[in-house]
Design a protein around this ligand. Structure first.
Ligand code: KIV
Length: 289
């Protein structure tokens, strides 16, 4: 394990004040969390995108609190030092502020995460206020909010018109005033993101496909490494095609087993000759009785 120090909220705000962009990635399992810890990723989000990337659903809507808790626990074990955020799944906070606080509390108590994230603007400000009042740091999520992708017309750029951009800017102010320590802006135009970042007083703005003017950048881990077979969004940068490496390795494994070139002696263990002779004698003796 690395000898990193635990990332804290004061650390994150210090970086923002110094103009140093923050790094944030999604993560859903222990080995990936281990690598992100080693690489020094500062903020790790266990997104409900795991419904698509890990569980193979077509949307995030079927993801449950129990799914999120199990994956967030695994990620915490792999990255003890990142600022770890648990993503509130569909209907874990929409019904009421009480529901929101109860489920945010489950995240904190059962996973050891540092904060939660939820989607929505002014209409979710009372959930953010209630969670924050309970002592739980809350991150907002505006622009393309996957839990309402159907209502937004699919996975596409949000805030293209002046009126819609103004609504996102107002939403950002409302959730900042409700106490959000950070806001994720997903797929909004770069200059809209810039306005929100410049107007943020005590709130960290993170961009996912919203340009360079935020305080930090987020990517979906599977998009970085070609690990999501259905599509790679335009906003993603592929840093390595691990999906291709894995597929080639799997094909080679299948053909080596079929043609009997695997396993080789270095892949298995033998038994000493004298033990083997004794064993065959025992088996022979058994047969004669
Ligand atoms: O679930 C998730 O990974 C998210 C991202 C789209 C940021 O909320």
């Amino acid at each position: 394990m690395s000898d990193r120090k635990k990332v804290t909220l004061p650390y994150l705000f210090k970086k923002v004040d110094a103009g140093e962009p923050l790094t944030m990635l999604t993560c859903y399992d222990y080995p990936t969390a281990y690598f992100q810890e080693e690489a020094g990723v500062e903020i790790v989000l266990v997104g409900d995108s795991l419904g698509m990337t890990m569980l193979g659903y077509d949307s995030t809507l079927p993801v449950t609190m129990d799914d999120m808790i199990r994956h967030t626990q695994a990620v915490r074990r792999g990255t003890p030092n990142a600022w770890l955020i648990g993503d509130m799944p569909y209907m874990s906070y929409q019904p009421s502020p009480e529901t929101a606080v109860r489920n945010a509390g489950r995240f904190m108590a059962e996973t050891g995460c540092d904060a939660i994230k939820l989607e929505g603007g002014v209409e979710m400000a009372d959930r953010i206020a209630a969670i924050t009042a309970a002592g739980i740091p809350a991150m907002g999520h505006l622009g393309l909010t996957p839990q309402s992708a159907g209502a937004l017309g699919g996975f596409r750029l949000q805030g293209k018109s002046a009126m819609h951009a103004k609504k996102i800017i107002d939403d950002a102010k409302a959730i900042e005033e409700a106490g959000a320590f950070a806001i994720l802006l997903e797929l909004v135009p770069d200059r809209v993101c810039q306005i929100i970042t410049e107007r943020a007083e005590n709130c960290i703005i993170i961009s996912l496909g919203s340009g360079p003017y935020a305080h930090g950048q987020l990517l979906i881990y599977h998009d970085l490494f070609g690990l999501y077979p259905k599509f790679t969004p335009r906003m993603a940068k592929v840093y390595g095609n691990a999906g291709e490496v894995i597929l080639n390795g799997l094909k080679q494994y299948v053909s080596e087993v079929k043609e009997k070139s695997f396993p080789e002696p270095k892949n298995y263990f033998g038994i000493k000759d004298e033990e083997y002779e004794e064993l065959t004698q025992i088996l022979k003796d058994e047969e004669t009785f």
